[in-house]
Ligand binder design. Structure first.
Ligand SMILES: [Zn+2]
Length: 233
């Protein structure tokens, strides 16, 4: 159900120090029926600091199938989120021509970002492992593959649809354990002049504002600006 890592997912250091131990906790955002209370599972929720690269992170990785397949959080329920992604798409389209180009969003949820890209004339494709949310997004006109993004999936998309001009990943890297595989996939999928756009919660806000309530099993990493990502070969 969960695995414990001994090394930092970015720099590989084993010098990981526990800084916020919240004990065993059930997964967040899972709404249970009364009869399911007794069988609710709890997993360690302990935040570690890496002395090698300063990445704040969880070492106990709950299976992504448990956390994401029946995901219930729908992005478009937040009006400010919808507005944010409308201006985000407009900003990207101002700098890069997206008309008739393939724009792919990783962790696309209900298509909150892809809807405005579609309105701007882009060909859009969502990728999100949340089966029900992906099905609904597809039904509403934002085709969404109910998958985890991997290099193999990237190859498959290139074969069927060609390379992407834009790949976006917003508030998604915090959820990903194997960051390198996702970047390898992006490298395969992007066209030569393609652009990768990502958005992250910021470690400094986390510390200054005491955002301990953003610690839950989905959030494996709490990034600052000093961690570097492993660049695919
Ligand atoms: Zn590290």
């Amino acid at each position: 159900m969960f695995v414990r890592k001994n090394n930092c997912r970015i720099c590989g250091s084993s010098d990981l120090v526990s800084v916020l131990n919240l004990g065993d906790q059930p997964p967040a955002n899972a709404f249970l029926k009364r009869e399911d209370f007794k069988s609710e599972k709890a997993y360690p929720l302990n935040v570690y600091f890496c002395s090698g690269c300063n990445l704040l992170q969880l070492r106990d990785i709950v299976s992504p199938d448990i956390l994401f397949r029946d995901y219930v959080y729908v992005s478009s329920t937040s009006r400010s989120f919808v507005e944010h992604f409308e201006s985000y798409a407009a900003d990207v389209a101002k700098d890069f021509d997206v008309k008739n180009k393939l724009v792919i969003d990783l962790g696309s949820n209900d298509g909150v970002l892809l809807k405005p890209f579609k309105s701007l004339g882009a060909k859009v494709l969502g990728i999100d492992p949340a089966i029900e949310i992906a099905r609904k997004a597809t039904q509403e006109g934002i085709e969404t593959l109910p998958e985890f993004f991997t290099p193999d999936l990237a190859k498959d998309i290139v074969a069927k649809r060609g390379n992407a001009k834009i790949i976006s990943a917003n508030n998604v890297f915090a959820h990903i354990d194997d960051v390198k595989a996702v970047l390898e996939g992006a490298d395969i999928l992007l066209s030569g002049d393609g652009v990768f756009v990502a958005e992250f919660p910021y470690l400094v806000d986390f510390i200054n504002k005491g955002l301990f309530d953003t610690v839950y099993h989905e959030h494996l990493s709490y990034y600052g600006v000093r961690q570097y990502f492993p660049i695919p070969k």
